[in-house]
Design a binder for this molecule. Structure first.
Ligand SMILES: [Zn+2]
Length: 70
């Protein structure tokens, strides 16, 4: 396991990661909850992230994003 993954929960599939994210968001009233999942390049598993910066940025760049993704 790489340093990147320490302290993070790893999921074997996108499905189980999003499922857990939904449960956490439902059960938590905290400000910082996972906002997206991503595939880890270090361990090959899926992690959740609650990065607010990334979230804001992806909102602002939403147009560009959908364009580049097609
Ligand atoms: Zn990882």
């Amino acid at each position: 396991m790489s340093e990147h993954c320490i302290g993070k929960k790893a999921y074997g599939s996108y499905k189980s990661a999003t499922h857990s994210m939904r449960l956490i968001r439902k059960g938590s009233s905290r400000h910082e909850v996972p906002s997206r999942v991503y595939k880890c390049g270090s361990c090959g598993n899926w992690h959740l992230t609650s990065s607010q910066d990334g979230f804001k940025e992806s909102n602002a760049r939403n147009r560009k994003w959908t364009h580049s993704r097609r």
